[in-house]
Design a protein around this ligand. Structure first.
Ligand SMILES: [Zn+2]
Ligand SMILES: [Zn+2]
Length: 139
């Protein structure tokens, strides 16, 4: 298992690949002659992710090899950082594990969104590792 790069290193890697992709001709599949293989580009860096025969049945890979590795390590293209799972207080019941009282029985109603006030969320890995309270910064 390779060590996960820092957010900054991953952003630099992706930027370098994007720059490389911008310097390469991009194949427009619709302009190819019939029977020519189809080229698919990485959703993160735009380098070639997959080349498949025109009549392929399989779904093209969404990412190039290098970006696939980052995604497997928790990279989020949307948040532009690595995300990890962390157990945090439930936002619905604020960690209490119940959600008001039932109006008939007057008993505390169990929160439907969590288990005893805790939920598993994907949060920026740097926030989890850092000195911040993970409750305060949630992706
Ligand atoms: Zn890529
Ligand atoms: Zn809850």
């Amino acid at each position: 298992m390779t060590q996960r790069p820092t957010d900054e290193q991953a952003r630099e890697q992706i930027a370098a690949r994007k720059a490389e992709a911008a310097n390469r001709p991009r194949i427009d599949n619709s302009s190819l002659r019939a029977g020519a293989p189809m080229t698919y580009y990485c959703r993160i860096c735009s380098l070639v992710a997959d080349v498949l025969p025109e009549d392929h049945n399989s779904r093209p890979r969404p990412h190039c090899d290098e970006c696939t590795k980052l995604v497997a390590q928790g990279w989020s293209a949307k948040e532009n950082c690595f995300l990890d799972y962390a157990i945090v207080d439930c936002g619905e019941c604020h960690g209490r594990g119940h959600h008001g009282r039932d109006c008939y029985t007057k008993r505390l109603r169990t929160c439907g969104s969590c288990d005893d006030g805790k939920v598993k969320r994907r949060i920026a890995a740097a926030v989890i590792a850092g000195p911040f309270d993970p409750d305060k910064v949630v992706c």
